[in-house]
Ligand binder design. Structure first.
Ligand code: PLP
Length: 244
């Protein structure tokens, strides 16, 4: 497969930005900010350099090894997040390298992260809880009924682990409209937990939406979208998303 050239990455990133602006306008969220996280797992070093030039600022990695390797090359060029499943034994490698971990889904992991807090300038470890909204079996993420247990586990770390909000992976489908309910549900879960948990955690972030469905996710309240293939793959439609 021939690599998508740098100028094309720039064009596509611009289209994603416009689609997000349109989705914000359509849903009455005009003026709100949605951050574009580029999911780097499919990107070559050359394409990551092109991303930087195109103005991408936020990169997410799925594996501790990839994170270390890419940071070795691109260090301060990006802000780094972790979006993959976190193995507990890898936590100490991941924590000092990222400003947000999107994919926390167990009490034991929260306890492990609390031990690693402080390795990044004495700061707390900032996380999102990954929620399995659709109930699909093979996915990581906690069910709705388990979320409070994790909030409690983070609350007793007394600031070492700070929950900033929630993340979800929607099932793979052809049409974004088939997964819109997942995004709406995550926002509903967040809104209701926010009422009782806001003294502890603001829960402001909703990390949801990928290449095929980010416009729908933004309409339903996403604050971070995680974009991978649509910036670099030939066969992923970049046609303007209308979120329907
Ligand atoms: C790969 C990945 C994405 C991006 O997926 P695309 O469909 O390529 O946009 C988003 N989130 C996570 C957790 C991923 O692993």
């Amino acid at each position: 497969m021939t690599e998508v050239v740098a100028s094309e990455i720039r064009n596509r990133l611009e289209i994603v930005r416009e689609n997000i602006e349109d989705a914000l306008r359509r849903s009455g969220r005009e003026g709100e900010e949605v951050r574009i996280l580029v999911a780097g797992k499919y990107y070559s070093a050359g394409q990551i350099a092109a991303l930087k030039e195109a103005g991408a600022v936020l990169l997410g990695e799925n594996r501790a090894e990839d994170l270390a390797e890419k940071q070795g090359k691109f260090g301060d060029d990006f802000e780094w997040h972790f979006i993959g499943h976190v193995q507990r034994r890898k936590a100490k490698e991941v924590v000092p390298r990222v400003s947000l971990i999107h994919s926390v889904d167990s009490v034991r992991l929260i306890e492990e992260l609390a031990k690693r807090a402080g390795s990044a300038d004495g700061e707390s470890v900032e996380i999102l809880l990954q929620v399995n909204v659709s109930g699909e079996e093979s996915k990581y993420g906690v069910g709705e009924g388990e979320i409070e247990e994790l909030l409690e586990a983070a609350a007793v770390t007394e600031g070492k682990v700070s929950i900033r909000g929630f993340m979800t992976l929607a099932p793979m489908v052809e049409e974004a409209r088939e997964v819109r309910y997942v995004f709406a549900k995550l926002k509903e879960i967040r809104d209701s937990l926010k009422r009782s948990w806001s003294p502890h955690f603001e829960l402001a972030e909703l990390s949801m939406g990928m290449s095929n469905d980010y416009a729908a996710a933004v309409e339903e309240g996403a604050t971070i979208v995680r974009i991978g293939r649509t910036l670099i793959e030939e066969d992923v439609p970049v046609r303007r998303q209308d979120g329907s």
